[in-house]
Design a protein around this ligand. Structure first.
Ligand code: MG
Length: 270
């Protein structure tokens, strides 16, 4: 009697070990992990084809060459005019200067300008330069900014040999996130910003259910790595989280004759 019992026990242990080496993940678990294979049976795949997908097929986008936007971009400023922009003060014609070299420059004290169109989550590209001629210091040297949904500022500032509070320096999410690096080119030269912005989400009661995020490349260098937006970015006071929908992209007139210029502004809605 003893021998068959030992055999049965050994068989069960062996079977258990065999089983524990195989990976069994249910379709539901896989779906929760964001993976969907239509032919998945619940067993670990044994052929490469079982983990290959052929749809959805990503749309084709032709990259911009020679500083042109990609084929699916919404162009906000191509150097010709400010037709896509209005004054933030009174929604009249944007009063900034359009220059012969295809750039535009802040017209001091005429106020911020913003896009006519409203946007949510976007990939934004723009180029900016602060004046070559150095004037003033701290926050009053080449200060402007790019606001998303009219509320959240990525700082533009001439920080070359010009220290200021680090959560307000160039590339900061104003008063919220210090940039990972100071990546500016010399004053008067053109910087690039490539910004991935994900808008915050609010429920029907107006409570924020998901924070917005910023990822920022400054001259190709990662300076904000998917940081969480805590709320609005005011000069004075705490971040606020009032519910909102889509909003314009806004460029700041800091009102101190900072004369920051912009060019080649486009975005892709996400
Ligand atoms: Mg600013």
């Amino acid at each position: 009697m003893k021998y068959p019992f030992v055999c049965l026990l050994a068989f069960l242990i062996f079977s258990c070990n065999e089983k524990s080496e195989r990976v069994h993940i249910s379709k539901e678990e896989l779906k929760e992990a964001g993976i969907t294979y239509p032919e998945y049976t619940g067993e670990e795949p044994t052929k490469p084809e079982e983990t290959e997908l052929y749809k959805p097929v990503p749309p084709k986008v032709v990259p911009g060459i020679n500083n042109l936007p990609p084929s699916d971009a919404t162009v906000l400023f191509d150097g010709n005019n400010l037709d896509n922009w209005i004054s933030s003060r009174d929604s009249t014609v944007a009063k900034w200067h359009v220059n012969a070299d295809g750039s535009m420059t802040v017209n001091d004290k005429t106020g911020d300008i913003q896009t006519k169109q409203n946007f949510g989550s976007v990939q934004l590209h723009l180029e900016w330069s602060s004046p070559a001629e150095i004037q003033r210091e701290g926050q009053n040297r080449g200060n402007s900014g790019v606001f998303f949904q009219n509320l959240y500022e990525v700082q533009v500032l001439d920080n070359n040999d010009n220290d200021t509070y680090v959560n307000g320096q160039v590339g900061s999410i104003y008063k919220q996130h210090i940039p990972l690096a100071m990546a500016s080119v010399p004053s008067g030269e053109w910087n690039t910003y490539d910004i991935i912005y994900h808008a915050p989400e609010f429920n029907e009661e107006g409570k924020k259910t998901k924070s917005g995020t910023f990822t920022v490349l400054h001259n190709g260098i990662l300076i904000q790595d998917h940081v969480e937006i805590k709320g609005t970015t005011p000069f004075i006071g705490w971040p606020k989280n009032e519910p909102h929908g889509k909003g314009p992209i806004k460029l700041q007139d800091h009102g101190d004759n900072s004369r920051v210029s912009y060019r080649n502004i486009w975005l892709r809605e996400l």
